[in-house]
Design a binder for this molecule. Sequence first.
Ligand code: SF4
Length: 165
Amino acid sequence: MRISKTEFISCPSCGRTLFNLQDTTKKIQDRTGHLPGVRIAVMGCIVNGPGEMADADFGYVGSGPGKVDLYVSYDCVRRGIPSGEAVDELVDLVKEHGRWQEPPQAEDASLSLGLDLIREQDTGAGNKANATKGHHVMQAVAARAHRESGPDGLTLGSDIVRDSL
Ligand code: SF4
């Protein structure tokens, strides 16, 4: 199976959790959610977190109040990072290990979303309403290409929409 986006694993959270798991996971997803094939674990504490990261490539683990340890696979490589810096450090770590790529431009992201919705229907995983939404997203991108690039943009946009049908 090919993984087209970052996969996140997070612990269910419990009394030991050292940070707001939902907010932190959202922050990490916002920065790293576009990395195909990368698995990132977000775990609330070091008591059980490292052992439960499954096969994550990188781990973000609460190690004390306001402190985070970062893992590469099961190895702890950075300890006691202030939580305000930990997401940046995680991104640095992903870069150091050659797994980073720049996020797609907004337009590419819209196209990719539109295509995903359409493909989901093709594979039976989605539904007609979502596929229609996907076509609308792509038509909006085509219209913007026309506005910004003139006739060439229109041709490009039309090709994109036609190819998706
Ligand atoms: S990893 Fe730690 S915080 Fe998360 S559920 Fe397990 S024990 Fe609780």
